[in-house]
Design a protein around this ligand. Structure first.
Ligand SMILES: Cc1cc2nc3c(=O)[nH]c(=O)nc-3n(C[C@H](O)[C@H](O)[C@H](O)COP(=O)(O)OP(=O)(O)OC[C@H]3O[C@@H](n4cnc5c(N)ncnc54)[C@H](O)[C@@H]3O)c2cc1C
Length: 318
């Protein structure tokens, strides 16, 4: 049986940083992710976005931030495409993960849970499905094409802004108001190659001569339909997240998120949690905040595992 000091569930930005900070402290660490790539929400939803609120980086592309966080992990063992399903406690307070990995402590960094995109609610053929996408992991697919983006939140707006640099965009949302940043909406409205179609819902899609005819229905107007010819459809209806296993593991939740102490400790012995998976008064879902939580959690895990050690905090003295 493989043994580790620490297991981290989730390789989003916060789990990745926690693993590298654990490396610095010399913890033998194993990290799991249900997805086949590290990077969590950044990788799935906005790898091309220029993130502007990471300290010391005036602007950094999502995928670059993920690759640099990954590079910092010189000693972590990564197990990808592995959704952790079961944790159990052994007599000596060690934790057994999926009956295979024995660890002394566990850090949950599962964000909003293992996520799956909400799919386009239209009947489609396999040929059409090849042109329907739920993430922007490969932006080159959309270059110099006509792209319909469906949705009204941050992802839809970010994707539209990004793809508008190379492509013609139809941004289709069922309400007149978007749920994302007003500055993004204003920027999109100013672009000639972006058409905002609100309040519209997709009604039908057909493939004709390798191009899709996307029929849209104006919400509240029974006879008002428009048809747009598009090459690719990018659906940003959000994700269904599944964190049901947290309940099974006996973790105390507050509104479906993990309740933690100021030390990032959960209600279970040697089990800590950080990042978007957790809640406490005033928490906001921001990457930089999660980095700080990772440092609090790892420092407390060190004290928990090695109470006899004098704690060193700074990388230069570790
Ligand atoms: C469109 C958009 C734009 C954003 N822009 C910014 C921004 O500009 N600046 C900013 O600071 N924040 C931004 N955010 C928020 C930021 O992305 C999140 O706060 C951050 O990703 C949270 O990181 P995390 O590591 O906690 O969780 P996540 O990134 O959600 O990663 C969690 C990982 O855990 C994995 N996982 C879950 N359950 C399991 C399981 N049982 N077994 C194995 N793996 C599991 C998932 O597969 C996932 O990879 C944005 C979010 C969105 C949606």
């Amino acid at each position: 049986m493989e043994k580790y000091d620490l297991a981290i569930i989730g390789t989003g930005p916060i789990g990745l940083f926690a693993a590298s900070f654990a490396n610095l402290h010399g913890l033998k660490t194993i990290s799991f992710d249900a997805l086949d790539e590290v990077g969590g929400q950044i990788n799935m939803l906005y790898p091309q976005k220029n993130i502007k609120d990471i300290p010391a980086f005036p602007s950094i592309k999502g995928e670059k931030l993920v690759s640099q966080l990954f590079e910092q992990n010189t000693n972590t063992k990564f197990i990808l495409s592995h959704k952790v399903k079961e944790i159990s406690f052994l007599e000596n307070e060690n934790i057994l993960i999926d009956k295979t990995y024995k660890v002394k402590s566990l850090l949950i960094a599962t964000g909003l849970g293992a996520f799956k995109p909400k799919t386009l609610p239209l009947s489609t053929t396999l040929d059409i499905q090849k042109h329907i996408h739920y993430s922007m992991q490969h932006p080159e697919i959309f270059a110099n094409k006509k792209v319909a983006i469906l949705g009204g939140g941050d992802s839809a707006l970010d994707w539209a802004l990004e793809l508008a640099t190379t492509s013609d965009i139809f941004l289709i949302h069922r309400r007149n108001e978007f749920r994302g940043l007003e500055s993004s909406v204003n920027k999109l409205k100013s672009l000639k190659n972006v058409e905002l179609l609100t309040p519209y819902l997709p009604k039908d899609v057909q493939l004709n001569n390798n191009r899709m005819e996307l029929v849209l229905h104006k919400v509240g107007a029974s006879q008002d339909f428009v048809t747009k010819n598009v090459d690719e459809i990018l659906v940003a209806y959000g994700f269904k997240s599944d964190n049901r296993q947290l309940r099974k593991w006996g973790i105390k939740l507050d509104h479906n998120l993990i309740a933690v102490s100021q030390q990032m400790h959960t209600n279970l012995p040697h089990v800590y949690a950080i990042g978007d998976a957790i809640t406490y008064p005033g928490r906001v879902p921001m990457i930089a905040l999660g980095f700080g939580e990772a440092q609090i959690a790892i420092s407390n895990i060190m004290q928990d595992l090695f109470p006899e050690k004098t704690m060193t905090f700074h990388s230069t003295s570790i």
